[in-house]
Design a protein around this ligand. Structure first.
Ligand code: ADP
Ligand code: MG
Ligand code: ZN
Length: 446
């Protein structure tokens, strides 16, 4: 009997917290990593009765940017719905989200020659955070509302991945892209990027998707995501080989035991009873926003453009990490062209001195670079200065005479400090000749 071939099916749901200053529906500060518990709260994000939510414009704009970067169709008119469920981290009893009309839909992210399809990109709000602690010997669950109402974007892919490796390459690319465009920090450890991987397995010959999926939740690194998916694929194949049904489930991952474990049976979508939020009028994205975001250059394309101009790849990839840096690079490029500077040499000089020059006035960088490039070659000046440093550094001279070649480099350093850049091999030879002469003349004296 031939063995049945199985094919994994993986779909991703990614939540990213936007890096806006304010929360999604109130003016409270959104940053919650260093705040004291329940410091940034108000009636809106505490879900007190009668509080009125008002959407954060910048958050909507950044969500539009994400949708554009992922090549989505855009819903210029959309709305917010209440997604009902009960949990202590959700004081209102519902989360505001875009269910009916996501801001973006039917997009894709291209990696090399594969276009991974994106089902939707929508705006929602984060929940509060629970802390399970022992206080005065009592086991308690504490609620910190600082995170409640932080702008969140959910990105849902189609079940289009067939291996853990593929899924992780996608996630890493997405993280880079969103960081580059400064919409989110995408920090997995801090939780500003959170992943759910849905995994099922089908017979390779089946055209249809399996009628179940297992959702892997609360995994906070790419490495563990890959491990969890791989484990899950093996587990499911084993069950299928025994002709056992696989229940629809949410599972967590234990990195120590390197295996997934059941958390709960999944709610069906209709349990949430989505209802239109009556306190937020319909959202209409301004025409100007739609225009502005139409031709966003994705990060990889932009980096390639710069590499094609002749910048060293390592320099571009290490330094050019945010879209906002673009105007700085453009200014530098102007000077490079005007002064006919070698981009390779300047690039490495910049990388070596990045804290001094990167994103600082480009003219200073260019000036210092050119000064460094200029080689002092006046032989009279060189001879005079060499005599001077020999006089000023008797210890180094003694070291050289005792056979320590290192001393030459010390003297070269002193010389450079005095008169600037010089042709090192040539000057080393000059110093050596001078010292050798000194030696023979002092020998002849004794
Ligand atoms: P739900 O309504 O339960 O949220 P969706 O159909 O909206 O389910 O899909 C949620 C996520 O699960 C998406 O990322 C999607 O790609 C993925 N998914 C859907 N069906 C499967 C499947 N059979 N196997 C793996 N992932 C799947
Ligand atoms: Mg889900
Ligand atoms: Zn608030």
């Amino acid at each position: 009997m031939t063995k049945i071939k199985y094919q994994p099916v993986i779909g991703l749901e990614i939540h990213v917290e936007l890096n806006t200053k304010a929360k999604m529906f109130c003016h409270c500060l959104a940053s919650h990593f260093q705040a004291k518990p329940n410091q940034n709260v108000c009636p809106v994000c505490l879900g007190l009765p009668g509080a009125m939510p008002y959407p954060n414009k910048l958050a909507l704009y950044k969500t539009l940017v994400i949708a554009r970067l992922l090549n989505c169709q855009i819903n210029p008119a959309s709305s917010f719905e209440r997604k009902h469920y009960f949990y202590p981290d959700l004081p209102k009893g519902y989360q505001l989200t875009q269910y009916i009309k996501p801001l973006g839909y039917n997009g894709y992210l291209q990696i090399e020659d594969i276009k991974y399809p994106i089902r939707r990109v929508h705006q929602e709000e984060d929940t509060a955070k629970l802390k399970h602690q022992i206080v005065n010997g009592q086991k308690l669950s504490l609620v910190d509302f600082n995170r409640s109402g932080v702008p969140l974007v959910e990105i849902v892919t189609e079940p289009a991945f067939s291996s853990a490796r593929q899924a992780v390459v996608f996630l890493k690319t997405l993280q880079k892209l969103l960081r580059f465009h400064q919409v989110s920090d995408c920090d997995m450890e801090k939780g500003s990027m959170r992943l759910e991987a849905n995994v099922s397995v089908k017979k390779a010959s089946d055209a249809k998707l399996p009628d179940y999926k297992v959702e892997l939740k609360n995994i906070n690194s790419f490495k563990f995501t890959a491990e969890a998916i791989d484990y899950e694929i093996k587990r499911q194949i084993k069950l299928l080989e025994k002709s056992k049904a696989i229940p629809q489930q949410t599972r967590g991952y234990d990195p120590k035991l390197k295996r997934t474990f059941p958390q709960r049976q999944k709610e069906e979508a209709h349990d949430y009873k989505y209802l239109l939020e009556p306190d937020i009028p319909p959202i209409h994205l301004p025409k100007s926003w739609l225009e502005e975001t139409k031709n966003l250059t994705p990060a990889n394309q932009l980096l390639q453009e710069w590499i094609n101009k002749g910048w060293p790849e390592s320099v571009v990839k290490i330094l050019f990490t945010h879209f906002d840096h673009l105007s700085w690079w453009r200014k530098l490029e102007e000077q490079i062209i005007k002064k006919q500077i070698d981009r390779k040499k300047l690039g490495h000089f910049l990388l070596k001195n990045k804290s001094r020059y990167y994103l600082k006035p480009a003219s200073q960088l260019v000036q210092d670079f050119l000064a460094g490039q200029h080689v002092v070659d006046d032989s009279k000046l060189l001879t005079q200065t060499i005599d001077q440093i020999i006089k000023d550094n008797p210890q180094a001279v003694e070291d050289f005479l005792a056979g320590k070649q290192q001393a030459l480099y010390f003297l070269l350093g002193r010389l450079r400090y005095k008169i600037g850049n010089v042709d090192a091999p040539k000057v080393i030879k000059m110093i050596k000749d001078r010292l050798t002469k000194l030696k023979t003349s002092s020998n002849s004296l004794t």
